[in-house]
Design a protein around this ligand. Sequence first.
Ligand SMILES: [Zn+2]
Length: 209
Amino acid sequence: MPDKIPAAIPAAIPAVVPAPEFVPDAEGWVEAARRVPSPNFDARPPGLPLDVVVIHNISLPPGQFGTGDIEAFFQNRLDATRHPFFETIRDVRVSAHFLIARDGELVQFVACTQRAWHAGQSEYCGRQRCNDFSIGIEIEGADDQPFTPAQYHTAARLVSGLRAAYAIEGVAGHSDIAPGRKTDPGPHFDWRRFAALAGLPAALLPYRT
Ligand SMILES: [Zn+2]
């Protein structure tokens, strides 16, 4: 069939009305988020659009939730003696703009106007170095576990708010932009459900066709 748009994601969905507390302010901070500043960011290159959202999952230690270790990791204060896995990421300096906890709480580490270090080597539709032009959203979870309804709800509200502030042209998974290297957000992330909640048209989901 020539039609590449999946029936489950209509080509045109009325945009949901973004809640003001989820729309980034002029400095790129979202009022609805608890602010946990990370030092792991730098300036975006000038002249590039800010037009892509990247969805990730993360849990620390892997498969454990609600430990507080993700925040510690993004703030370079993870206690490497607490878990064998932490030794392997002791010197890793990364961040994301947002984290959505299992209960749906939204945390912001880096202003959207700055470059967070979430995607690594990556390519979105032929454009390299996705950190330069994307916003990274970590959803607390694992590849082998479902996400919670509260997380879908917050993710949808956040993406709606981001679209109100920035001309977002695409939403992709980390595995889409770093295939073979990354697997998140994984098979349990329900893109159809997320798209419906966020009012995302299929055109904004180029990897779901
Ligand atoms: Zn990721």
